[in-house]
Design a protein around this ligand. Sequence first.
Ligand code: COA
Length: 329
Amino acid sequence: MTTPQPSRRAVIRGSGSALPARRVSNAELTETVDTSDAWIVERTGIRFRHIAGEGETTATLATEAAQKALAAAGLEPGQVGLIVLATATPDQTFPATATKVQTALGINDCIAFDVQAVCSGFLYALSVADSMIRGGAADVALVIGAETFSRILDWDDRGTCVLFGDGAGAVVLCAETALDTPDRAGVLSVSLHADGRHNDLLYVDGGPSTTGTVGKLRMKGPEVFKHAVTNLAAVLREVLEKAALTMADVDWVVPHQANRRILDATARKLGMSADRIVVTVDLHANTSAASVPLAFDVAIRDGRIKPGDLVVFEAMGGGFTWGAAAVRL
Ligand code: COA
């Protein structure tokens, strides 16, 4: 018989989040957009969103979230070896916003780059950081989702502009080497997908290599909705199967916060109780890559998610891209 060997895992040791100072209610939106509080609440569950003001950017929000996550983990910026930042709204086309965050944190040398998978960005970033930690490239990683979607919205398109908000969320991943036990903490499994055939359902109509402009967000909402429910239910099942777990083992699902109706429909499809789903879409709207870590941080800080809990993250976004991760805290 072979003796079990210790293995290296990436464990979440802290989280943080940041929101722009300005909070905008549905009622305030009706002053400039042809919409109503009743329509937005009924179709999406959204009541508020935060909108970045002057001086607030993806990098400043990401930096604040990262500082809080490091404080929660009891770590100094100098201990960070890797920053992976998920965003579709970088401060500049290049360099990576991760390098701005690095400098703002006072770190002179570490690995730092952005990943772009729109609303699934945090899942992609978590997967990359998890692999790099397990492979030995870093011992401490900041995984950040940060966005300022308000800057790519067409404020004359009521079908999209009411749905999104700005914000950032971050987690600190630390390498830990131990023998495997059923309740051992760490990232247990990740499933990622992309299907570029659906580009025209959710996209930005500009870019450096095409129009030379930033462009505005365009979406065929009802079609996105149908794909979201199917893909999210499937990837949730898949990620649990990979980790030899079932829905009954899950303490909390932290989903991408796009629309209350998507969350409810996905839960129904999985036969899952709604009181195990973290919902913040009412307060933050859809913050794209920021939404999962932002919702996670809210539920950590209000005491819902506790050490030892099994948490599943899931998200779907433009591309389409979609993914899920099962994590033991
Ligand atoms: N206020 C008032 N009316 C609005 C409106 C608004 N902000 N936006 C659209 N409408 C109107 C439409 O013009 C349409 O009117 P009509 O019937 O007279 O033509 C009506 O509401 C229904 O529009 P429709 O787009 O079919 O509504 P819907 O029930 O599908 O809801 C979304 C629209 C966008 C809320 C919904 O499709 C959705 O959430 N889709 C998924 C989007 C998403 O999650 N994207 C991100 C994934 S990362």
